[in-house]
Design a protein around this ligand. Structure first.
Ligand code: SF4
Ligand code: SF4
Length: 69
């Protein structure tokens, strides 16, 4: 634990499309470029690239992203 790369989370980030306003902040913040906006301007996570770092969860002002199922 501590300052290692270990994370407590086991699920990739997930966006609640009802809360997402399409602001794009999470797209800019994701260090793995694993979030993009779809054609409806809703953030979508590429689950294969998400490392579950949690940055997008913290950065979303709408609380639209979670790391839970
Ligand atoms: S930061 Fe939140 S509201 Fe903005 S695009 Fe990402 S999920 Fe949507
Ligand atoms: S948890 Fe981290 S790697 Fe996964 S989508 Fe969010 S910012 Fe990107």
């Amino acid at each position: 634990m501590g300052m290692s790369n270990q994370v407590m989370f086991v699920m990739p980030a997930k966006v609640n499309p009802d809360k997402c306003t399409g602001c794009g902040t999470c797209v800019d913040e994701c260090p793995n470029e694993s979030i993009s906006l779809n054609k409806e301007s809703i953030a979508v996570v590429n689950e294969d690239e998400c490392t579950e770092c949690g940055l997008c969860v913290d950065t979303c002002a709408q609380s639209a992203i979670t790391l839970e199922d």
